[in-house]
Design a protein around this ligand. Structure first.
Ligand SMILES: O=C(O)CCC(=O)c1ccccc1C(=O)O
Ligand SMILES: [Mg+2]
Length: 348
C-alpha cells in the first residue's frame, strides 16, 4: 500500500553563538532545511536536512535541488528511494515519515490532539523521552578557551567533554591538554577530536601521551578516545594505530555515510564508530546495520534543530550498546530555538 503526503519545506540559516573552529576551518552559520509531511488524515511529521558537505554529505544546494524538483504530493516510495548521494535527505525524509506514523508519541498528551504537532513538540519530546535516558557530552572550544569553559558546563551537569585538537601547534595543544587534565575533576571523561588534522607522527605523539596518562594512576581523568586522528584517505594507518595503543580511536569523517560505515567495517575496523545520524543516511538501514554487526558506537550531533535532534537521539537511545555519552551537549546558537523555529514556520 502506498500513502500520499503533502510535502512542504523551508530552508533555514542559523548563526552560531561563537565561531566553531576545527581543523577544517571556521564555521559561523548553520544552513539546512526543515520539512513537513502531512498524510491524508492530517497527521504531521517533521524532518530536518542538515548537510555538512565538508564532512562527506551532499551540499545544501544539492539537498535544495532535490526538494525543489519533488511534487507537492509525495509517496513512501519516493521517501524510501532517495539516492545514497543524498544521505542528509534520506535522514530528513525518513525521520519525518517515522514521526508522522505516530509511533514516536510526539504530540500526544496535548490538548490539541495527536495531529497538532509543531516543531516545538520535538523539544518537549526530547525532554520527555531522551533527557532522562541518555548521558550527554559537551563540546569545549578549541585551544586555551577550553580551560575557562569546562567549569560552567560541569556545573550544568556535564561530566564528559570533547575538545578539538589539530587546530593549533601541537606543542601548544599538548601543554593546554596537560593543564586540562590537571584541573578537570576526578572521573571526568575527555574525548579529543582531531578532525583528521594530525600527521602520522603527531597522531603517534598524542596516542603515546594519552597512554602515558592512562598508565599513571595519579591521573583520575579518563581519556575516552581520540576521534579521527588522520585524514579519511589514511584509513590503514588509523587501523594500525588502533591496534598499537591502549587509547581507543573513534573514526568519524571516515564513516560519515552508511556506505563508508559498511566499507570501514568490512576492512576490519573494530574500534569505535562515530555515528552522526543527521548525515549518515537512511535511519532504517542504519538500524539494520547496527543490529547485524553490533558495532561500538558513539552518537553525535550535526548541530541540527530540535527536529533533527529528536530523530537522532531516538536512534541513539535505540542503538547505543554501551551507555556512552552522546555528543549532543549544548545549544550552540544565538537565537532561542523555540521562538526561532516558530518564526521560520510562521503559519503554525
Ligand atoms: O560529537 C560531538 O560531541 C559534537 C559534535 C561535533 O563535534 C561535530 C559537529 C558537527 C560536525 C562535526 C563534528 C565532529 O565531531 O567533528
Ligand atoms: Mg569528530
Amino acid at each position: 500500500m502506498t500513502n500520499d503526503y503533502r510535502f512542504e519545506f523551508r530552508p533555514y540559516q542559523r548563526r552560531f553563538l561563537r565561531t566553531l573552529t576545527t581543523n577544517h576551518g571556521n564555521w559561523n552559520i548553520r544552513e539546512g532545511i526543515i520539512l513537513r509531511l502531512t498524510d491524508e488524515s492530517g497527521k504531521i511529521g517533521w524532518g530536518e536536512i542538515a548537510p555538512i558537505s565538508w564532512f562527506g554529505s551532499e551540499t545544501l544546494e544539492q539537498a535544495l535541488d532535490f526538494c525543489r524538483q519533488l511534487p507537492k504530493e509525495i509517496t513512501d516510495e519516493i521517501i524510501f528511494s532517495i539516492p545514497d548521494e543524498l544521505p542528509a535527505c534520506q535522514f530528513g525524509f525518513e525521520s519525518a515519515y517515522e514521526m508522522g506514523s505516530g509511533e514516536w508519541g510526539v504530540g500526544s498528551g496535548g490538548d490539541e490532539g495527536d495531529n497538532f504537532i509543531t516543531p516545538n513538540s520535538c523539544t518537549d519530546a526530547i525532554n520527555r523521552v531522551c533527557t532522562n535516558s541518555l548521558f550527554y557530552s559537551a563540546l569545549l572550544p578549541a585551544g586555551e578557551a577550553a580551560l575557562n569553559q569546562w567549569e560552567t558546563l560541569w556545573e550544568q551537569g556535564y561530566h564528559t567533554f570533547k575538545w578539538k585538537i589539530g587546530v593549533y601547534a601541537i606543542a601548544d595543544e599538548l601543554e593546554i591538554f596537560e593543564s586540562l587534565i590537571d584541573t578537570l575533576p576526578d572521573f571526568t571523561k575527555l574525548r579529543l577530536d582531531a578532525n583528521g588534522g594530525l600527521s602520522y607522527e603527531e597522531a603517534n605523539l598524542w596516542l603515546r601521551t594519552c597512554d602515558n596518562f592512562k598508565a599513571n594512576a595519579e591521573v583520575p581523568v579518563e581519556i575516552e578516545f581520540i576521534e579521527q586522528p588522520l585524514p579519511v584517505e589514511q584509513f590503514q594507518q588509523m587501523l594500525e594505530l588502533s591496534l598499537s595503543y591502549e587509547t581507543a580511536i573513534a573514526i568519524d569523517e571516515s564513516v560519515a555515510t552508511l556506505r563508508q560505515l559498511a566499507a570501514c567495517h568490512q576492512q576490519g575496523w573494530r574500534g569505535i564508530f562515530v555515528i552522526k545520524p543527521g548525515i549518515v543516511g537512511s535511519p532504517s538501514r542504519l538500524r539494520n546495520f547496527c543490529h547485524q554487526y553490533k558495532i561500538n558506537t558513539v552518537f553525535s550531533s550535526v548541530f541540527e534543530t530540535a527536529i533533527g535532534r529528536l530523530a537522532a537521539l531516538r536512534l541513539a537511545a535505540e542503538l547505543s550498546r554501551n551507555n556512552r555519552a552522546v555528543g549532543f551537549g549544548i545549544d550552540h546558537f544565538l537565537e532561542q530555538e523555540e521562538t526561532w523555529l516558530q518564526s521560520l514556520w510562521n503559519d503554525l
